[in-house]
Design a protein around this ligand. Structure first.
Ligand code: ADP
Length: 459
């Protein structure tokens, strides 16, 4: 498994181990090679001021005891460093050197001698006695820092890495996790609006929590969309129930009225009785159509509308349908004409479903025809590899306010809602579903009272 967080933790730990190892090793190495020797230079530095004064002939007590004697060995000053009196002669050679007996008697003291000069002439010597610890402390404190510096630096780097990692952990891992937990609680309570930080675009692939945040947000979006869809569906189902009750009521009332007429002998002649029966049959057909439409809708809603597409020559499919429609429309006393210029064009369609769309559009044109001479024109033309089919009528038209919604389920334009024309508002939504399943588009154009144009494309 490609575990990014785990990998990063291992890398961080490895870096810290390496840094600490290198720095501590460097410190140990320096410590082992530390030079505890007493450097002449260090001593010179310590007593240089005092020595300058002595050269000028001023014998102050100073920080360290010393003895001054001339080139002949005569003691000029003794600050209690050695057991010689002023004026006494001492052995110059012996005094200037550090011999074994001195080291034994003065274990922790260092004898440091300097030549005294005045105006470029050597005129004597001074010998200081300096406690060893003073020099070690002074001169080695720098070296101690030098030895431990790599280790201190290594610890500093390691602590910085840990701090940065902790901050990263808190920002990129703990905070998103906390938000996910909060949002989850919200979802359980039915609130899908608690957003988790939307920095996930940057975080994708950065670590597992970034991935989780991203997937969580997708899930939340999906759940939210589902909730909205469910609400819309619930609302449309309520509308459907009221629409169905309203629309079914009209033909059923008619059927009831005519049946009662027959029962009560209102239709006396066989001709009148036949008319009554024909009306009852007509209304029953209408009911069947409406029920079929509802069935289609519920299948479309469940995305189960059976669509089997095949490659066909559009012209060969289209002409027989137009001939059928011509007879059907003309029976209703409405003019009908069609025009096709798509010879040799192949389309990939479910013939049964596209016929349904055509019938639906033509039925609507008939249904929403206005008084006077009605006319329906169907045109099919090839357009950049697609076929565009238009169904035009000179009916009541649709107002611009209604046009954006005519393909919505259960939507019925103002005019048809208030008229007695039966309908469920489902026909066009089913047409849209079928055309879109074919990869095509459907549109509506209309000028109120000037008729309608519905068009759709097929590939
Ligand atoms: P309905 O069952 O109401 O006809 P549709 O989905 O087929 O449902 O149509 C939706 C609405 O679009 C209709 O109620 C009507 O208002 C409007 N409409 C559809 N076709 C036409 C048309 N040819 N002329 C005028 N209005 C139309």
């Amino acid at each position: 498994m490609n575990n990014i967080l785990h990998k990063r933790n291992i890398i961080t730990a490895a870096i810290i181990v390496v840094v600490l190892f290198v720095s501590v090793s460097l410190s140990i190495y320096r410590f082992l090679n530390m030079d505890f020797k007493i450097y002449d230079n260090d001593i010179r530095m310590i007593v240089s001021k005092q020595k300058n004064e002595i050269e000028k002939g001023t014998y102050n007590k100073g920080s360290y005891p010393y003895i001054v004697f001339g080139l002949d060995g005569r003691v000029l000053y003794n600050g209690g460093a050695f057991e010689y009196k002023v004026g006494e002669l001492l052995n110059t050679q012996e005094m200037l050197q550090t011999d074994k007996s001195f080291s034994v008697n003065n274990k922790h003291e260092i004898k440091e001698s300097f030549v005294l000069e005045q105006h470029g002439n050597v005129n004597g010597f001074v010998v200081f006695l300096i406690p060893e610890k003073d020099i070690l402390m002074e001169s080695n404190s720098d070296r101690v820092i030098n030895v431990f510096f790599p280790m201190i630096f290594g610890i500093f780097i390691s602590v910085s890495i840990v701090v940065v990692r902790t901050l990263y952990f808190s920002r990129r891992i703990l905070t998103p996790l906390k938000e996910i937990s909060g949002s989850t609680k919200g979802i359980i309570a039915g609130n899908y609006d608690l957003e988790v930080i939307r920095t996930y675009e940057k975080q994708i692939g950065e670590n597992e929590v970034g991935d989780l945040t991203y997937s969580f947000e997708l899930m939340r979006d999906e759940l939210k969309a589902k909730q909205i869809r469910e609400e819309v569906l619930k609302k449309s189902q309520q509308e459907l129930i009221s629409c169905i009750s309203h629309d079914l009521k009209t033909p059923i009332s008619t059927i009831k009225a005519y049946s009662e007429g027959l029962r009560d002998g209102i239709a006396r002649t066989p001709k009148a009785q036949e008319d009554y029966v024909n009306i009852i049959i007509g209304k029953t057909d209408l009911l069947i159509d409406m029920i079929n439409e509802l069935l289609e809708y519920s299948n479309a809603e469940l995305n189960q509308l059976d669509i089997n597409m095949k490659e066909v020559y559009f012209y060969e499919y289209f002409i027989p349908i137009m001939k059928e429609l011509e007879v059907y429309v003309k029976q209703k006393n409405i003019d009908f004409s069609y025009e096709v210029n798509t010879r040799d064009m192949l389309v990939y369609i479910d013939k049964r479903r596209i016929t349904e769309v055509l019938y639906n559009l033509v039925e609507n044109s008939i249904k929403y025809m206005k008084e006077g001479r009605g006319s329906i024109v169907i045109e099919a033309e090839g357009q950049s590899g697609k076929v565009l089919i238009k169904v035009k009528d000179n009916g009541i038209g649709i107002s611009p306010d209604d046009i954006p919604y005519v393909f919505d389920k259960f939507y019925r334009a103002e005019k048809s809602r208030s008229s007695s024309i039966p309908g469920s508002g489902l026909g066009l939504s089913i047409c849209k579903y079928i055309i879109e399943e074919h990869g095509g588009e459907i549109y509506c154009k209309s000028r109120h009272n000037k008729g309608c144009e519905f068009g759709f494309t097929l590939k």
